[in-house]
Design a protein around this ligand. Structure first.
Ligand code: PLP
Length: 391
C-alpha cells in the first residue's frame, strides 16, 4: 500500500481559516487589534474561565505565570518529568529551582502521593507551587491537587497544552474542564500546529483571578500601562508608565483571527480525536500493544494516543520504513543534560524512566482518515506479531 507520510500530529486549516486571516490582514491592526480580545473572550468561554490572556506561545505563557506568581531564586516548584521541557523551564527563567516528582504509571501524570511525600519530608514553606500537566489530554484531578496545595500554601499552574476541551469529574460529580480556573490559579495553553487549536505560534493563560489577570496584561507588553487609573503620573496624551519588568509576548491580530476560526471547530476536532482513540482501543484490545489507560468519564482530550510496548525502538524504526512518523513523548526532563547539570540524575524517577523506555505516540489528529488509521493499526499489529513485543 502506498501511503503519504503520516505524522503523529498535524494542523487542520480550512478555507474559513484562510479567509479569516486574510480579512484580519486587510484590517487596520496587525498586532494587538480587535481580534485579540475577541479570541480571548471566546477562548475563556470555551474553557469555562473568567479571563484569558493571548500570548506569543505556550512557553511565554508559562514564563508569565511564573513571574506573576512571584517565582524567584528562593522558589522551589514541583513538576512532572513527563512533559515538554518548558513546563519546568519557566521556573528556571525566574531563577527558581525545579523539583521533579515521579509519575503514576497508569496515566503518566504527576503522582499525587509522590508529591505528598515530597511536601511532608521538608519543613512547610520549602515549596511555593506545583505545575501539573494534563499529559496527552488526560485531565489531572485538580480538586485533589488543590486540597494538598492548600495544606502547604502552594499555588498551582495547570499546564493544559494537551487538553483544551478535556475534563475530570470532581467529588460531587461535576465535570471540571481543563483551564476553567476553579482549582488552579492559572492555566496555560499552546496554539502550536500540533495542538488542538493552531495559531502558527500562540498561547494563552486562563484564570478566574482578576488581580493576576491584570498583572499578566501588564507583563505581556513590557510592563507598560497607558491606563490613566493605574498610572502614578499623567503628563498628557502620550504618557505611559513602565511599572514592571515585562516582555513583548504579544500575539498578532491575524494569528488571533486564525485561532478564533479554529476554535469554532474545536468540538468537532475533539469528537474526531475521541473516535480515533476508540478505534485504536478496539484494535489493540487483547494484544501486546498497551494503550495508556483513559479515564472512564470521557474527559480525555487525546492530544496524543500513547501506547507502551517492550521493543519501542524497533517499532518506531519499523513504522518509519512504512512512512509512519510516530513520536516519543517525552524524554524525561530530569535526564536532560541541562537538568542533570543541576543535580538530577538517571534513576531519580524510575517510573517515568521506565515509561519512557516503552512509550510511543501514534498518529492522532482530526484529519487522519480511517483508511490511514487502519494502515497504522495493521503495521503496528504486524510488527507486534512478528517481533514479540514482550520479549
Ligand atoms: C507545546 C507545549 C508547551 C509549549 O508550548 P509552545 O507554544 O510550543 O511554546 C508547553 N507544555 C506542553 C505540555 C506542551 O505540549
Amino acid at each position: 500500500m502506498d501511503m503519504q507520510p503520516i505524522p503523529y500530529g498535524r494542523q487542520n486549516i480550512s478555507q474559513d481559516d484562510i479567509e479569516a486571516v486574510v480579512t484580519a490582514l486587510q484590517g487596520d491592526f496587525l498586532t494587538q487589534g480587535p481580534k485579540i480580545f475577541e479570541f480571548e473572550q471566546a477562548f475563556a468561554k470555551y474553557v469555562g474561565a473568567k479571563y484569558a490572556v493571548a500570548l506569543a506561545n505556550g512557553t511565554a505563557a508559562l514564563h508569565l505565570c511564573a513571574l506573576a506568581l512571584g517565582v524567584n531564586s528562593n522558589s522551589k516548584v514541583i513538576t512532572t518529568p513527563i512533559t515538554f521541557a518548558a513546563s519546568a523551564n519557566c521556573v528556571r527563567y525566574c531563577g527558581g529551582s525545579v523539583v521533579f516528582a515521579d509519575i503514576d504509571a497508569k496515566t503518566a501524570t504527576l503522582d499525587i502521593e509522590k508529591v505528598r511525600t515530597l511536601l511532608a519530608s521538608s519543613p512547610k514553606g520549602t515549596y511555593q507551587g506545583i505545575i501539573p500537566v494534563d499529559f496527552a489530554g488526560y485531565a489531572v484531578n485538580l480538586e485533589e491537587i488543590r486540597k494538598l496545595a492548600d495544606e502547604y500554601g502552594l499555588w498551582i499552574i495547570e499546564d493544559a497544552c494537551h487538553a483544551p476541551g478535556g475534563f475530570f469529574t470532581d467529588s460531587s460529580g461535576q465535570k471540571q474542564h481543563c483551564g476553567n480556573g476553579n482549582f488552579a490559579d492559572l492555566a496555560i495553553f499552546s496554539f502550536h500546529p500540533v495542538k488542538h487549536i493552531a495559531c502558527g505560534e500562540g498561547g494563552a493563560i486562563t484564570t478566574n483571578n482578576k488581580e493576576l489577570y491584570e498583572k499578566l496584561l501588564l507583563l505581556r507588553t513590557h510592563g507598560i500601562t497607558k491606563d490613566a487609573q493605574l498610572m502614578l503620573e499623567n503628563h498628557g496624551g502620550w504618557y505611559m508608565e513602565m511599572q514592571e519588568l515585562g516582555y513583548n509576548y504579544r500575539l498578532t491580530d491575524f494569528q488571533a483571527a486564525l485561532g478564533l476560526s479554529q476554535l469554532k471547530r474545536a468540538d468537532d476536532g475533539l469528537e474526531r480525536r475521541k473516535a480515533i482513540a476508540k478505534r485504536y482501543d478496539e484494535a489493540f484490545a487483547g494484544t501486546k500493544v498497551l494503550p495508556l489507560t483513559p479515564p472512564e468519564d470521557g474527559g480525555h482530550a487525546y492530544h496524543l494516543y500513547v501506547i507502551q510496548v517492550a521493543n519501542r525502538k524497533g517499532l518506531y524504526d519499523y513504522l518509519r520504513t512504512k512512512n509512519i512518523f510516530a513520536q516519543v513523548h517525552y524524554i524525561p526532563t530530569h535526564t536532560m543534560p541541562y537538568y542533570q547539570a543541576l543535580g538530577n540524575k538517571k534513576g531519580d524517577m524510575p517510573i517515568a524512566e521506565n515509561y519512557y523506555e516503552q512509550c510511543l505516540s501514534l498518529p492522532m489528529y482530526p484529519t487522519l482518515t480511517n483508511e490511514e488509521q487502519d494502515y497504522v493499526i495493521d503495521c503496528v499489529l504486524n510488527y507486534a506479531s512478528k517481533e514479540k513485543l514482550d520479549a
